[in-house]
Every structure is written in C-alpha cells, then in structure tokens.
Design a protein around this ligand. Structure first.
Ligand code: MG
Length: 280
C-alpha cells in the first residue's frame, strides 16, 4: 500500500467533517467517516454508500462514533457531555457505539474511533474502573468482528493514556493521534506525546492549533494546517520515525464556513503532498 495516502474527515448526512461530495471534489483517496444517524445505519444504505464511494475511488479507513448531547463548547462541558465517561448516558451510548461498529462492519471497515471522554488520571478513582469496564466491553464486541478501537487523543496526556490502554488488557485498543487536540486541550506538547504513544498509533488526524493563554483551562484555537503550533514537518518526520505509514486524515472543523473549509483543506492537501515528497 502507498505510504501516507491522503484523506479527510467526512460525513454522509449531518455530522462532523466535510460532506462526501466535497471529499470527492478534493480528490482524496481515503476518508474517515463520522457515523451517520441511527435511522441511516441500515444494510441497504451501507451498500448504496459503498457504491457511491467506489464511483469516487474513495476508501473508508475508520468510522468515528459521536453521540447526541455531546458538546465541545468549553473544557468543563466536554468533561460532562462527551463520550462513554459520563455515567448518565453511558449505557445507551455504549449500545449505540456497538451499533456503529456493526455498521462499520457492513461497510467493510475494521477500525472504529471515538472520544472516550475524560478518563480520571487517578487509577484509584472508582470512575476509572467503570471506564475500564466499558472500554473492555466495547473492545470485546469489536474483537468478535475483527475490528480495532481507536481512541482519539486530546483529553489525556500521553503517560496516563498509555497506562489506561495497558490497564484494559485488550489487544485491539489503539490510538487515533490528533496533534492539535493535545494543544487545544493543553494536555502536552504533541510531538513529545506522539513519541511516547507511538506504538499504539493506528490512525491520525492532520489538524493544527495554537495554545491557549491558560492551557487546560480554556480552549486553544483550531487553525488551518501549517498555521498553528504543531509544526507539520516535524509531525510527519516523527510519524515516519515511529513507523506510522497509514492514512494522513485532514480534519478541519469549521462547518459554519463550508467554502473556507474546503479551500483550507485544499491548501492542507498541497502542504502534505509537498512534505511527503520532501520526507520521502
Ligand atoms: Mg481529531
């Protein structure tokens, strides 16, 4: 397989990332798919969708789950609303995440990703054991259909994230590394973190951002690729060093400005193409 095929984060209906037509117009060979709404996740739709992608020459490399009620408004709101950590929504969301994995199976995709939520950093916190249990449950469901689970980075610094993955004792749990999230959440210098979690990285986002004045308390700012504090050349060189040669999936979340979003992703594709040539 080609080293570092380019890709974008995309969705079929409403969802994060760009619309499928935009991915097609941008000419990328791969996408990560934000899972469509429950009513859309049928076998018939999966086939129709695969036919459409075949026409575009696009392959899906990972299906990402997201849930109703999640909000990324600010960091405390993320803690309360995102992923499988919040107790009130955990059971229903775990069930839904398994259904999303089943839909990914229909699409022939062997990796599902998600933001798990803020994992307590203190392993003696009872919540830590609950999050371990729910993660094992999801991993076991996915294992039964030969799928891996990729945790999106951001909420955890590298060391507690590696510790958590080891504590689950599951061999199909990996990482979707998002360097900008490390900056946006203030959870650590991204390149240093990437070197620490390297052996678990099975998919990545190419996203950029700038540090907040008070990292960890307020959001950093997401910016166009190459304009932020990640340092894309160093990022790609480090991916090379850890032996990651899978898809480079561009993520740019400015759905309110679709024209600008498409233009900036176009520039990001040019930047990554140039860096790929340079690094080889
Ligand atoms: Mg991301």
């Amino acid at each position: 397989m080609e080293k570092w095929p380019l890709g974008v984060f995309a969705s079929i209906d409403a969802g994060l990332g760009v619309k499928l037509e935009v991915a097609h117009e941008l000419g990328v060979p791969t996408i990560q798919l934000h899972a469509p709404a429950k009513s859309t996740r049928t076998a018939d739709n999966a086939q129709r969708f695969l036919d459409r992608l075949a026409g575009y020459g696009i392959r899906i490399t990972c299906v990402f789950g997201g849930f109703e009620g999640e909000s990324y408004a600010d960091i405390p709101t993320v803690t309360e609303t995102v992923g499988l950590v919040p107790p009130k929504t955990r059971a229903a969301r775990t069930k839904e995440m398994k259904e999303i994995a089943d839909f990914a199976r229909l699409l022939g995709v062997d990796a599902v990703g998600l933001h798990l939520g803020f994992i307590p950093h203190d392993a003696s916190d009872p919540l830590y054991k609950e999050v371990l249990a729910v993660t094992r449950d999801l991993c076991d469901h996915c294992q039964s259909q030969n799928q891996n689970v990729h945790l999106e980075t951001g909420q955890e610094p590298a060391d507690p994230l590696v510790q958590f993955i080891q504590d689950t004792q599951r061999n199909n749990l990996f990482i979707n590394f998002d360097p900008a999230n490390m900056i946006l959440y203030g959870s650590g210098e991204p390149i240093e973190a990437l070197e620490k979690v390297g052996k678990y990285v099975r998919s990545v986002h190419c996203k950029d951002g700038t540090w907040a004045a008070n990292p960890g308390q307020e959001w950093g700012r997401e910016v166009a690729l190459g304009q932020g504090d990640v340092d894309m050349e160093r990022y790609l060189r480090t991916l090379d060093k850890i032996g990651y040669h899978g898809p480079l999936t561009i993520e740019r979340e400015i759905p309110q400005e679709p024209e600008r979003q498409k233009a900036e992703i176009g520039k990001a594709l040019a930047l990554l193409t140039e860096l790929k040539r340079k690094i080889g």
